[in-house]
Design a protein around this ligand. Sequence first.
Ligand SMILES: NC(=O)C1=CN([C@@H]2O[C@H](COP(=O)(O)OP(=O)(O)OC[C@H]3O[C@@H](n4cnc5c(N)ncnc54)[C@H](OP(=O)(O)O)[C@@H]3O)[C@@H](O)[C@H]2O)C=CC1
Ligand SMILES: N[C@@H](CC(=O)OP(=O)(O)O)C(=O)O
Length: 360
Amino acid sequence: MSSSPKLRVGLLGATGTVGQRFILLLSGHPNFEISVLGASSSSAGKAYKDAVAGRWKQVKEIPREVKDVVVGDCSVDRFKQCDVVFSGLDSGPAAEYEHVFRAAELRVFSNAKNYRQDPLCPLIVPLVNPSHLEMVRTQQASLGLQKGFIVTNANCSTTGLVIPLAALEQKFGPLELVIASTMQAISGAGYPGVSAFDVHDNVVPFISGEEEKMEQEAAKILGHVQGGRFVNAGIKMSAHCNRVPVIDGHTETVSVRFLNRPPPDAEQVKEALRQYTTEAQQLKCHSAPERAIIVHEEPDRPQPRLDRDAQNGAGVNVGRIRQCPVFDIKFVVLSNNVMIGAATSSVINAEIALAKGYLS
Ligand SMILES: NC(=O)C1=CN([C@@H]2O[C@H](COP(=O)(O)OP(=O)(O)OC[C@H]3O[C@@H](n4cnc5c(N)ncnc54)[C@H](OP(=O)(O)O)[C@@H]3O)[C@@H](O)[C@H]2O)C=CC1
Ligand SMILES: N[C@@H](CC(=O)OP(=O)(O)O)C(=O)O
């Protein structure tokens, strides 16, 4: 995938929590090259290093080639020459800009919630449903576009959940019931996010809109495309969402019941999760993890501090796989909310789109 000239990338929301991850993922990327940076009026006009001064929260330094690039506003004219646009915008400005970018024939890979349930927009977790990219052609035909489109990735908690669910469905057939409880990191709320006063020494058992998003997005992602429309999976799901004092990494405890009887046992489930491979890996996408799912045997893993950065946060970690006395199987999944839960998903989606000819 690396012999052609690099595609020019525009980055909306370049200064934010997700934007900073994009900057690191795209630095030295074999297919993409950062070309234009956009953020709010408070960052516009500043060199990137000055725009993020005091709020660059990454262990790695700002890449040399980005430090002095001047951040601008998100007006579409600044991005006209871009081959690909990644959006790390909040939903408010995303509503203002993303459809304008698409109408200007730009290809937008968005992290925002706005278009996830749009009947023309694919909602893609790259380790689950890249085949939904085919809806890009329907979107373009419906809107009279030649090149422009919007592809979204999922809510971060949804992303971590659907990867093991997809692996189970692939091996054992449809899931009937799922109950998931999250312990979500502070970085999920952006920077500065939840105040220290609220989250330190505490658990906040409410994240606005999150439970509904998990339930609805999972159905679309695990569904299929038929005759130019999305058909949701018949899975019945209940989510409980909680904010906990962890910086990065969403942990979820999950119980599942399979439709087919008899259900698999815990050892069969472990094997299925270990063997799960995805199109992103087959296409040798640069940012895809070597293993979509790392299965842990230790009784006290996965843990966010120890496991969130495995494979640069591009896969998920599953552990404590055991029989459930109420449903069939229960387990714990940990995913890096700002990596595979956000920026990494967008980048792999674009890598898959490139490999499949959607960026020509
Ligand atoms: N954090 C996470 O774990 C996940 C986040 N997401 C989604 O990703 C998106 C970004 O989230 P996150 O990075 O956490 O948010 P942040 O608040 O950290 O960053 C928001 C970005 O948007 C820019 N911005 C804000 N207002 C405007 C405006 N009016 N015009 C132009 N740019 C603006 C900010 O620029 P400036 O710095 O100049 O203010 C900043 O670059 C959101 O839609 C979020 O829902 C999805 C999955 C996971
Ligand atoms: N709401 C998530 C992060 C997020 O931004 O989600 P969404 O993109 O669905 O609004 C969290 O707080 O952890």
